[in-house]
Design a protein around this ligand. Structure first.
Ligand SMILES: Cc1cc2nc3c(=O)[nH]c(=O)nc-3n(C[C@H](O)[C@H](O)[C@H](O)COP(=O)(O)OP(=O)(O)OC[C@H]3O[C@@H](n4cnc5c(N)ncnc54)[C@H](O)[C@@H]3O)c2cc1C
Length: 486
């Protein structure tokens, strides 16, 4: 690693110039990486393709309200996000959501629809106790009897399979009704994924070990649930999660980092003493790079240097379209479906896969919206459905129709104060079967590159906790290597 190499920012190299690092991608992974590097005294430049920093944690404005356009909460399983919020002066804005919880909307046995509160005893919709009458009501008596076999049948060789999906585990232990009516709606609504595609060890880390210890799936999720911290499993920020990247940008600017938006990186080339980074308008020379973009783009940028990465280029995931409505409908003050609705596949007449009643979920937002006004966000993008691809006007009509059905309150055009469609392309990578092996290969391929780190949800796992923890760890390891090289 060269010391004080030339960079467009630092000018000619001198023995006192700090090592320079270019961070490619200004989402949460890139910004958190940049923060670690800047704190270590390194010269940091962040190149972001879009006009704004924050990636999937972004704001949009409707009816005078600034709302989250992407991520709107974080998991409380670790102190990661609260710690970052406190560091950024946002600690006093942390709020837990309305504990009322969400509902499920499912196909009914008579061909119609049925709605009920989502039982909250399990993990990702997997019930801890299938004899719970609330569960039986949702899956039916026969399916409940089948699911109860989980506690009686030996585990056999199921857990010995190295490549195992979450769907396969649930189906084998509790039957297909538990999978399609409880687990799939939650996994689809929360992770935008099909449980049959998800690697069980990545979707629910520790589940295999817990099943071995406790002898069944139900006992395992019950124990995991009990071991989790008491209280809400998620929290948010009063004012919205988009304040987090905005505050990071402020701190980075204050610390002298160079933040450049609308600068998509086109090529990355390794030199003997660093990297050359090329955008449409500039060429930068850096001692090291952190690649903090989506998986396919990361592999495309790095393949010329590390051709072995090409075999593990992740597939592009289906697009998600979110329709946000601000409506003036006082009947919604009663929060008829709690904080929102997760929709089972095949529910007649409904194309959305989930609805968040944001003003019911977040009291701070209800206060801002004012009496009778409500914010409702519907998400589209099932693999089996093309609604996410239709034009905005058609999506708006679908959202009005679906919101009325899901909330059981008629919402017409005249009730709409404002609306917006946000489309997320390839933004929710799935940990598909074999994920761990693929990640291990990617990590092995990049391990010998002392001036390179690769971060982001495609490697760390979707969700702010994993993304932030991983980015901070990797960036501080890189900073140590660069400083040791001096
Ligand atoms: C709709 C939605 C809702 C979500 N809700 C939640 C939630 O409630 N809670 C939660 O914990 N997580 C949630 N997530 C997941 C979480 O937001 C992400 O896992 C996390 O923000 C990903 O951060 P990242 O930096 O890895 O990727 P991104 O946020 O995707 O950032 C990558 C950045 O790289 C940029 N980029 C791409 N190519 C280039 C290039 N060639 N040159 C320069 N820049 C480039 C992109 O423009 C982007 O800004 C949600 C995600 C989405 C999409």
């Amino acid at each position: 690693m060269s010391r004080g190499s030339q960079s467009s920012r630092a000018g000619k190299s001198t023995t006192t110039t700090p090592a320079s690092v270019v961070v490619v991608g200004g989402g949460m992974a890139g910004l958190c990486s940049a923060r670690e590097l800047a704190a270590a005294g390194l010269a940091v430049t962040v190149l972001e393709a879009s006009p704004d920093f924050g990636g999937s944690v972004a704001p949009h404005s409707l009816a005078g309200l600034t709302l989250d356009a992407g991520a709107e909460s974080f998991s409380t399983r670790a102190d990661t996000v609260p710690a970052l919020a406190r560091e950024l002066g946002l600690g006093d804005r942390i709020r837990t959501p309305n504990p009322a919880g969400a509902w499920l909307q499912l196909p009914a046995p008579d061909g119609g629809r049925m709605a009920a509160p989502l039982p909250i005893s399990g993990v990702l919709g997997i019930p801890a106790d299938v004899r719970d009458p609330d569960i039986t009501r949702l899956i039916g008596r026969a399916a409940s009897v089948r699911a109860a076999l989980d506690r009686a049948l030996p585990l056999g060789s199921l857990l010995n399979q190295s490549e195992l999906s979450l769907g396969a585990v649930v189906r084998a232990r509790m039957g297909s009704e538990v999978l399609t009516r409880l687990v799939a709606p939650v996994v689809g609504g929360v992770l935008s994924a099909d449980p049959d595609d998800l690697d069980v060890d990545s979707a629910v880390p520790g589940l295999r070990a817990a099943m071995r210890r406790h002898g069944s799936l139900g006992a395992a999720v019950g124990a995991m649930r009990q071991a989790a911290p008491a209280g809400s499993t998620v929290a948010g920020l009063d004012g919205g999660m988009h304040q987090l990247p905005a505050a990071l940008v402020d701190v980075l600017k204050r610390d002298g980092a160079n933040l450049l938006a609308s600068e998509p990186v086109r090529t990355l080339t390794r030199r003997p003493d660093g990297w050359t980074v090329v955008t449409d308008s500039r060429t930068l020379e850096a001692d090291a790079v952190i690649v903090a973009v989506d998986g396919p783009t990361a592999v495309d940028l790095l393949s010329p240097t590390l051709p072995q990465l090409a075999r593990d280029r992740p597939e592009v995931v289906p697009d998600v379209a979110l329709v946000s409505l601000v409506v003036d409908v006082p009947q919604l003050d009663a929060a008829p479906r709690g904080t929102g609705v997760l929709v089972g596949e095949g529910t007649p007449g409904v194309r959305a896969k989930a609805l968040t009643h944001a003003t019911a979920k977040w009291p701070w937002l209800a206060d801002k919206a004012g009496p009778g006004n409500h914010v409702v966000r519907l998400s589209y993008g099932r693999a089996s459905d093309t609604t996410a691809q239709v034009a905005d006007d058609a999506l708006f009509s679908a959202a009005l129709h679906d919101a009325s059905l899901l909330l059981d309150v008629r919402i017409g055009q005249a009730d709409v104060v404002d609306w917006d469609v946000v489309r997320w392309n390839n933004a929710l990578p799935h940990a598909t079967i074999g994920h761990r092996d693929r990640i291990a290969r990617v990590r092995a391929a990049t391990a010998d590159e002392r001036g390179l780190e690769v971060v982001g949800a495609w490697l760390a796992g979707t969700g702010l906790v994993s993304v932030i923890d991983n980015a901070r760890d990797r960036a501080s390891a890189l900073a140590r290597r660069l400083l040791d090289a001096y």
